[in-house]
Ligand binder design. Sequence first.
Ligand code: ITT
Length: 193
Amino acid sequence: KTIWIATSNPHKVEEFQTMLGPNVEVKSMKDLGQEVSIVEDGKTFEENALIKARALYKVIHQPVISDDSGLEVDALDKKPGVHSARWMGEDTPYTIKNQAIIDALKDKKDRSARFVCVIAYIDEDGKEYTYRGTIEGQINDKIVGANGFGYDPIFYYPPFHTTTANVSEELKNSVSHRGNALKAFLADWGDKL
Ligand code: ITT
């Protein structure tokens, strides 16, 4: 079985592949052999997830899923939010972005934050569905851990007593926003894939 994912982020591909297991082959933009133009100008995770899924569906005319995700920091008015990848510039290293968030929270009491993931699915008839998953945590006061990607090194998850970058990929996936969104998607579509 093959599942197409409208993403250019290799970390997302890796996590989906681990979660879906060896019987499902995850394919993404880089397996397509052509450019898909995507303008992520939606205001919500749902809108952006649908923009990405539609762009790939238009090209391959097969069922596709997509992932739009990000970090909401409550004391920063839920920023970087839907702009998580582009915040401070797409090419700015995450060591710098992560330190900037730590610095911005220096005098704040409220360190609560969450990762959000919306999976959009377009079925073979072109019908659209979205599934949202979240994980609640705290912004750590320093960068910890070398696993995961993006903002994982500052995302302290209380049940783990450490960040989501400081645990195995499997453990992160078992509780993550992406894992939860995928579970909701699989509850509807798992036996039809
Ligand atoms: P695609 O649009 O090609 O899928 P992207 O990385 O640009 O890739 P998004 O616009 O959805 O995707 O941005 C998601 C960003 O949110 C991602 O680049 C990270 O900065 C952050 N993020 C999302 N999930 C994360 C996770 O599991 N761990 C750490 N950071 C995450």
